[in-house]
Design a protein around this ligand. Structure first.
Ligand SMILES: [Zn+2]
Length: 138
């Protein structure tokens, strides 16, 4: 693993982040990680960068990022992303809704207006670490 490989990955990541105009803090964090681990765990760091670049692509397609939970109408603390429809909800709010519906033996439809996902399951939800960091750093 050469240092130039890390540099080229970093520069393309920065270009990508510049496209969405946010997340430079995240890039800086990663760059610091690279500096700290230089020469030891470069492979692991590069993998991390690749993951971040994938996340970045997703962020670009969702350039109008909305941090408001569709359930509580307040800014999310633990944004959970629905893998099926890519909508976000605050963890406590959506888990509460899912449980309530389960008790009634009913499916929960995505609370986002106009969304066609009629079956929101706990297994479809993943904590969106990138968005969580973006919210925290605002
Ligand atoms: Zn949805």
């Amino acid at each position: 693993m050469s240092l130039s490989a890390v540099h080229s990955t970093l520069s393309s990541l920065k270009t990508c982040q510049a496209d969405i105009g946010t997340g430079m803090d995240i890039v800086t964090d990663v760059a610091l990680d690279v500096a700290e681990t230089a020469g030891t765990e470069n492979d692991a760091v590069l993998k991390k960068l690749e993951v971040m670049m994938l996340e970045c692509d997703v962020a670009v397609t969702q350039s109008e990022v909305n941090f408001t939970c569709p359930l509580t109408q307040v800014e999310m603390v633990n944004p959970m992303k629905n893998k099926k429809c890519n909508h976000h909800y605050d963890r406590d709010a959506i888990m509460g809704m899912i449980k309530a519906r389960q008790n009634q033996k009913k499916k929960l439809r995505c609370p986002v207006v106009g969304c066609g996902n009629t079956d929101v399951k706990q297994g479809d939800l993943i904590l969106d670490q990138i968005m969580k960091r973006q919210i925290q750093k605002r």
